[in-house]
Write a protein that binds this ligand. Structure first.
Ligand code: C2E
Ligand code: MG
Ligand code: MG
Length: 602
């Protein structure tokens, strides 16, 4: 017998003993209500004998399924859990994991369940049935019908592990449960995963519209806790809030309490531009069969008439594509008195002999540049895609423009491609959120000023590395998850800081800048203290070294109504800092009465 089979046999032997002896323990894990600010319920979880093959619920239920005893095991668990919960005197609701197969099988047992509850002294109103997803919901109608009976007795319903496994969205829309439990997959690590955050936001959005409360499972740290709360989710569960235990805590741990009391708005992760995901010419290939060199115009006009989306047809001979016939000829020929005669002539006579022709491997940026440079008719005809001279298919300019719209341009507004910091869109969104939530913060406008000397003498690539290094310095100055750094464009940045020690952080930023200048400016200019730019006609001119200017406006709740006012005030503060000959910080005095002095660094 192999090891696996042996293991299975041992497990099944242990299972029978465990079930006979009822050697099961119940642990309870707290569920925290963000709205009420306290623990409002507990999920009951089964544990097999410690150190056995059946210690975890997964092992237990796998062995039970093997033996066809899953439903019996579930019933046993529920009875023990109800008894243990009643005896524990824990307050709030009890969340019970129930398999839909049990719900269906025991369709007429609702009354019995109610009697059992009464015998242990628990009201049905205190129990939430968590429908676990260990099933493809074949008997959906039966599950539904049976649950409605339980509901009529006062039980409430939750869908467990939403987003995992089978058809829980359908279940959600049709059952209208009181709770949905968003699966750990979407929660654990959510604070630095923009996709998870978006999913959870979507789940919350649906919940708001159909009257369910969301419980986020698997909250393991403070950052995820704060993000879940910020999204507006009703309840949370996870190790950070409380581990499953036989006698669980009735209150939050200290660290969870501190996280809960933190009123600051967490920084939402922004989607980052992924390198290497942009399309190439071959991604735009549309299969358009090339016509033979001796094809008549009439044959091509028939093809145009038959397919309205066809913009042009290439003509290919022994040496590849010889020309491109435009759809325009359909109208031109129809309007001509010599239509019949035209149709009999060789199509090649009507072809553009130098159409736009690109290699399949050409990237989006280069392809766009070619299309933008071409004349309007060729743009409309589209481009011939070849590989080593061989015709592969046609590309439509429209497809390229659409793709450009959704990738590069949009991506740059979300993420600056040079520094990978959030771009204009997330900057605006975060600023809106801070204003809407009426929290105090400081808005910084940061600019690497006097870049011309470096760009003119050492080239833009060198200038870019200084900007890149400044972005990293900016990130270091920020408190992770609390302060937000964004890159507007060029050498201009915005910081939205909720940390109380913002002043010290700004000073650190300014103090760190000279080292970057030393590193990125050519030694000769650095030592001299300025650049000497030589023009082609022999003239020379002097330019200063780059400096960093920081304009800060403290934003107290209620002072600014709208986003542009904040940005304008921060820019004005930056202008004031710019007036200083060296790197400087200027704090807006007018709005910053709480922080009256302005700081200057020489
Ligand atoms: P579930 O109902 O989704 O229960 C939550 C699971 O996540 C539990 O695992 C819990 O210990 C774990 N968990 C809680 N907080 C965290 C966290 O912050 N991070 C991570 N990574 N995990 C966390 P457990 O106890 O092993 O239970 C696993 C599954 O077994 C349950 O998933 C449930 O589907 C099933 N189960 C447990 N007890 C019973 C039962 O009595 N009856 C039935 N039918 N199923 C049960
Ligand atoms: Mg559960
Ligand atoms: Mg779950």
């Amino acid at each position: 017998m192999n090891a696996q089979a042996q293991h299975r046999q041992d497990a099944s032997r242990q299972l029978h003993r465990v079930m006979e002896e009822r050697a099961l323990a119940t642990v309870f894990q707290p569920i925290f209500s963000f709205r009420e600010g306290r623990i409002t319920g507990y999920e009951a979880l089964v544990r097999g004998p410690r150190g056995s093959l059946l210690q975890t619920p997964a092992e237990l239920f796998a062995a039970a399924a093997q033996e066809g005893l899953a439903v019996e095991l579930n019933v046993l668990c529920i009875q023990q859990m109800l008894t243990a919960f009643a005896a524990s005197r824990l307050e709030g609701s009890l969340f019970l994991n129930v398999s839909p197969r049990l719900i269906v099988q025991r369709r007429h047992d609702q009354e019995r369940a109610a009697r059992y509850m009464a015998s242990v002294g628990l009201a049905a109103e205190r129990v939430v049935i968590e429908l676990t997803e260990d099933y493809p919901t074949a008997d959906f109608a039966q599950v539904h019908e049976s649950l409605m009976l339980y509901r009529s007795l006062g039980f409430r319903i939750a869908i467990d592990d939403l987003g995992e496994g089978f058809s829980s969205l359908r279940l959600w829309s049709e059952l209208r449960p009181e709770y949905v439990k968003a699966d750990k997959h979407f929660v654990t690590g959510l604070s630095d995963d923009p996709v998870k955050a978006q999913f959870l936001r979507a789940i919350q959005h649906i919940a708001e519209n159909c009257g369910s409360l969301v419980i986020a499972e698997g909250i393991e740290n403070a950052a995820d806790f704060k993000m879940v709360k910020d999204i507006g989710i009703a309840c949370g569960q996870g190790w950070f809030i409380g581990r499953p235990a036989e006698t669980p805590a009735a209150n939050l741990t200290d660290e969870a309490r501190i996280a809960n009391e933190d009123a600051r708005v967490p920084v939402v992760p922004t989607p980052r531009l992924r390198a290497g995901t942009e399309p190439h010419a071959h991604d735009f290939i549309r299969a358009v069969e090339a016509a033979a060199s001796d094809a008549t115009l009439g044959a091509l006009l028939d093809r145009f008439a038959a397919s309205p989306g066809l913009a042009s047809i290439p003509i290919a001979g022994a040496h590849g594509v010889e020309g491109l016939v435009s759809r325009e000829w359909l109208d031109l020929a129809a309007a001509s008195p010599e239509r019949e005669a035209l149709a009999r002539r060789p199509a090649i006579e009507f072809a553009d002999r130098a159409p736009i022709r690109v290699e399949a491997s050409l990237d989006l940026a280069a392809l766009t540049a070619i299309l933008v440079e071409s004349d309007a008719r060729r743009f409309a005809d589209g481009f011939v895609i070849v590989s080593g001279g061989r015709y592969l298919g046609m590309g439509a300019s429209r497809d390229v423009m659409r793709s450009l719209q959704s990738s590069r341009v949009l991506a740059a507004r979300y993420t600056n491609p040079l520094t990978l910091l959030p771009g204009q869109v997330p900057i605006n969104e975060h600023l809106e959120r801070l204003l809407a939530r009426h929290v105090p913060f400081t808005a910084w406008f940061v600019e690497v000023d006097q870049m011309r000397g470096l760009n003119d003498t050492a080239g833009f690539a060198k200038g870019d590395t200084l900007i890149h290094a400044t972005a990293r310095l900016l990130e270091e100055a920020c408190e992770p998850g609390i302060d937000f750094a964004g890159h507007v464009a060029g050498g201009r940045f915005v910081v939205l800081a909720q940390s109380e020690d913002w002043r010290a952080r700004a000073e650190r930023l300014l103090e760190g800048f000279p080292a970057l200048v030393r590193e990125h400016v050519p030694a000769e200019a650095y030592e001299r203290g300025y650049f000497v730019v030589r023009f082609r006609d022999g003239r020379e001119s002097v330019r200063p070294l780059p400096k960093l200017i920081v304009g800060i406006v403290p934003v107290l709740p209620g002072v600014f109504e709208r986003r542009p006012e904040v940005v304008a005030a921060a820019k004005r503060a930056a202008e004031a800092a710019k007036a200083h000959p060296a790197s400087a910080i200027h704090v807006d005095e007018q709005h910053g009465n709480a922080y009256p002095q302005s700081l200057l660094f020489g």
